[in-house]
Write a protein that binds this ligand. Sequence first.
Ligand code: E4P
Length: 214
Amino acid sequence: MKIYVDSADISEIEAAQALGLCDGVTTNPTLIAKTGKSMTQAIKDICAIVEGPVHAEVLSLDKEGIIKEGMELAKVSDSIVVKIPMCHDGLKAVRHFYDEGIPTNVTLIFSASQAILAAKAGASNVCPFVGRLDDISVAGSDLIEDIVTIFDNYPEIETQIIVASVRSPMHVVDSALLGADIFTIPGKVLTQMEKHPLTDIGIAKFLEDAKKFT
Ligand code: E4P
């Protein structure tokens, strides 16, 4: 199991690193915009502190544009994984990067059929969005189950499943029970995963009782 930090915020990434919870980082344009930095600067800053893969998303939707942007991003660091929105030309670009030996992540996956196409195109990773499916009353975990089952049925598929759009600890637990490879988790949810009210009550009771020591 690998845990990535779903953030472009350096302090959030460092907080996860301090707990050994940063096997990589995923970003997207929304997360980069929150930093107030340019895409290149934000990605450089992340690559400077992270040892694992750093997923950086292209904005273009045509094959040539995706390839141009992806190649520029790949120059920033050997850690870069080019993140490509699921679309027709995106799949063509994935094949190009596969031939060049540059890893890719096909993002905005909302169906198993999209995941199949991305895997067959040569994507290193697919990013199914569980939270955004739950938002529209579709069970995100059903999608994870379908993709895990399909990829397991075909051992030649090496594409890894990154569970994305994680909004709660249960998104992680449900997907872990299904055997997803990687979870990309915002700092807030990592903190929520630490907590249990009975743990807090138990600590308070032990500390209270420790006052009775002779
Ligand atoms: C990660 O790669 C995705 O871009 C991210 O998890 C999306 O999360 P959201 O649906 O909470 O914006």
